[in-house]
Design a protein around this ligand. Sequence first.
Ligand SMILES: [Zn+2]
Length: 133
Amino acid sequence: MPYSKWDEVVLSIEDSFGYGHKLFSKLKVIVIGYDCNVGYDVQYLCYVPPYETVPCGFKTFKITQAHIKYFNADKKFLGDYGCFITKSTQIHKHAPAETGEKCDRCGIWCGGAERGFNDDAFMCSSCRTNPYR
Ligand SMILES: [Zn+2]
């Protein structure tokens, strides 16, 4: 699979600007889920940050509960804007997600840390050692 969850992908989108010449716009999105059941191509659900300018003619949608469930995406994206990409979507840049977790208690980023599969919350080692810090 070309992308994994939390990867940052800068799409290169042909802007249907209305003029004769082609214009390519860049749009940064974050992969938040994927669906392997579509056959030869994997469909990725991406989050479109609100500060991004969506090129004219590019299809985005509001992320619903159904998307969250089907793509196993984080509930926090509910109601945000999303889009679909596949491996054949033209991209400008692909930045694999930094491995690590943000501590749910103190908010510190722990590079290389991994959340347990069934963990709802992640705590850094300092918070685990001293819950009263
Ligand atoms: Zn912590």
